[in-house]
Every structure is written in C-alpha cells, then in structure tokens.
Design a binder for this molecule. Structure first.
Ligand code: AMP
Length: 219
C-alpha cells in the first residue's frame, strides 16, 4: 500500500470541496471519495442503507460513525483507490479521524487541505446550490433555466438537496463548528494541515491548491 496519496479536504459545507475535489481527482488521477455522495446515491437508489439514512441526511444530521467508517473502509479496498484518494466529507469528528488512522495504517494521510470560507458566504452558496441527482454535478440556481433543469453532463435531473434548505444548513454549520473544526488542530499538530482561501473564484482556488500540491511534492 505504500506510496498511496491520501488527501483529506476539510471545510464547511458549501466551501467548494466537491467542486475542487472533482478537479483535483482528474488532475491527480485518484478517485474523489465523498461520503455524502455515497450516502446520497444510496438514498436515491433506495437501498437498505439509503432507507436507513434518508431522514438523517434530509435533516442535516450526521450518520453514525461506525456505518460511515465501514463505507470508507470498503471504498479503500476498490482497485481505483489503490493509488490514493481525495477524501471529502470524511473524517467529520475526532472518532472518525482516529478510525481513519486505523483504516490507513502506516500508509497515512499525505496532506490535509482546509478550504476556508465565511459562514455567511457558505449559507448564501448552499441556498443557491443545485445538484444533479445522477452524477452529482453542481450548478447554481441561476444556471437552471439555461439547462432546463437537466444536467449538461449526463441528462439527469438537477434538484436542490434536501439538506440545502435553510434550517438544515444552519444545523450543518453548527455541527461543523462543534465536531469538525477541532480536526484542524488535530491535523495541524501532525504537520499535515494547509489552509487555502476558498473565498475567491474557482480557478484561483484551484491554482492555490495546485501550488500547495507542488510545494509538498504531490503534483
Ligand atoms: P456532505 O455532502 O459531505 O455535506 O454530506 C451530506 C450528508 O451526508 C451529511 O449532512 C451527513 O448527513 C452525511 N454524511 C456525509 N459524510 C458523513 C460523515 N463522515 N459522517 C457522518 N455523516 C456524514
């Protein structure tokens, strides 16, 4: 397993993790592993897992650590993740961070990126966000007319996520501050953390991330 490039991307919901991870995954030829995407696909496909977690996702709550840990562990056994992965939405609390160290063993995390944006900006972005139910492509509500509610990539339906409603957004931001933000110190203490300003234009944020990857010899 040595030489695996595991990069964790932290940041509030709406910080741009999904968009930047999709770009990075392509550039680094490693998969974008988003626990939120995995869970939403299960909900959409009405699998037993999906039926179990549907209500939790819609309310903006967190799925239990053991269940999400199992999903991540399984995902890492797939062939495309042998060279590494970009983790988006995991870990989300101290218990998940500890479990991730156990899952990865010696072949640990190479870098933790924190995409920093203000809570005001993310609340604004999240309420304007629309996603393709099929492929997860991300749009803004202002794009919807241009694409007639149909994904330009795959033709799937473009909808608002249940957890992008105002009440669920507030709950998710509070959970981030309480449970996820402490991971910044956890990874900083391990010398793994780099902050990137996520407030700028998409391309500027991508360029800033690429600069970090180069500095760390990962690109
Ligand atoms: P995300 O797309 O990362 O915002 O995740 C969407 C939803 O999936 C979250 O609000 C949680 O309900 C659930 N979820 C995703 N990742 C995790 C995780 N690591 N632990 C617990 N729940 C998660």
């Amino acid at each position: 397993m040595s030489g695996r490039v595991i990069i964790v991307v932290l940041g509030k919901q709406g910080a741009g993790k999904g968009t930047q991870c999709k770009r990075l995954a392509q550039a680094l030829a490693i998969p974008h592993v988003s626990t939120g995407d995995i869970l939403r696909a299960a909900v959409r496909d009405k699998t037993p897992l999906g039926l179990e977690v549907e209500g939790i996702l819609a309310a903006g709550g967190l799925v239990n650590d053991e269940l999400v840990g199992r999903l991540v562990r399984e995902r890492f056994t797939e062939d495309d993740a042998l060279g590494g992965a970009l983790l988006d939405g995991y870990p989300r609390n101290a218990a998940q961070a500890a479990l991730l160290e156990e899952i990865l063993g010696d072949d640990g995390i190479k870098l933790v990126l924190s995409l920093d944006v203000s809570s005001e900006l993310v609340a604004e972005r999240l309420s304007a966000r629309r996603v393709c139910q099929e492929c997860g492509a991300i749009y803004r509500d202002s794009d919807i007319e241009a694409i007639s509610g149909t994904c330009a990539n795959c033709g799937g339906d473009v909808v608002q996520r249940a957890d992008d409603q105002p009440e669920a957004i507030l709950k998710r931001l509070a959970t981030y501050e309480r449970d996820t933000a402490p991971l910044l110190t956890f990874y900083d203490d391990r010398g793994l953390l780099v902050h990137v300003d996520g407030d700028g234009e998409l391309d500027d944020v991508t360029a800033a991330i690429n600069a970090v990857l180069s500095e760390r010899g990962l690109a």
